[in-house]
Design a protein around this ligand. Sequence first.
Ligand code: SAM
Length: 312
Amino acid sequence: MPDLHLPVLLGEVVAHLSFAAPGLIVDATIGLGGHAQALLESCPGSTLLGLDRDPQAIANTRRRLSDFEDRITLVCSPFAELSTVLAATHSPRPMAVLADFGCSSLQLDSPERGFSFSRDGPLDMRMGDDGPTAADLVNDASAERLMRILWDYGEENRARAIVATILRRREEKALTTTGELSRLVAQVLGRRPGQKIHPATRTFQALRIAVNNELGQIENFVEPAVRSLAPGGRLAMISFHSLEDRIVKHTLRRLEGRAPTAPGPPGPPEKTTPLIRLVNRRPIRPTENEERRNPRSRSARLRVAQKLETPE
Ligand SMILES: C[S@@+](CC[C@H](N)C(=O)[O-])C[C@H]1O[C@@H](n2cnc3c(N)ncnc32)[C@H](O)[C@@H]1O
């Protein structure tokens, strides 16, 4: 199969998650299976449980990894359900868990999936095949909800103007395609000469995050993933924007037993028993060479935590 998605920070992920002792590796976002294949090759005695909420990703990866058929189990599931999947598959405690958040290039580049502002398709944006689409949100959500989505998830400071135009437009006719929405946003924002990013970039990112409840999924994943690990096992997570990375960083800090930095209730900060140590205190970034080869890697940040052998 051609390389439809170049795995990001591949060498760094393999270096941090390859254990000499065989065990279970979980790839919680198996996508096109690039990271999974490299991990299977570098850990010959290990087995791999792969999750993805996208049935197409599971089907493609099953074909790509057919040589490893007897070492892999693939399950179509959101990663927030990891504990349930581990129990249902009678899996042992994993030695390694990987999550490479966001969408695959295959999803982003397939117009029929509705993620792309530059190629026309249905206004869908669902990674799985259930739940409301982006068109449902754009045509039915209240003005307040749409404002919050664009503001909170897209950091779009012209949210008010975009939402006002959406509301006027949908009274005449529902918005049903990515082309309609991207033209509408471009009309509202205009395009400055030399501006590199498309004016609809932030709106599309915001809607995608909302449609897939991406941040809620991460909030419900990090701690259960750490708790599921075998003692000494590792969790590696790759984020692509600050909203994802913030959840990862704060949750790891708490599980490391450090006081929260966000303002909390008055009184001494809650003391928690450390469950992990951070393998890298600063996130690992792609090299310039990788950024050149794969522009999508530019915003990637890898954080790795190791479960303590005996939680203190
Ligand atoms: C960046 S791609 C992963 C690419 C993969 N590491 C590879 O090498 O091909 C992210 C994948 O995670 C999946 N995904 C995103 N959010 C998910 C969630 N909450 N639960 C399960 N899968 C999810 C997407 O469907 C997509 O296939």
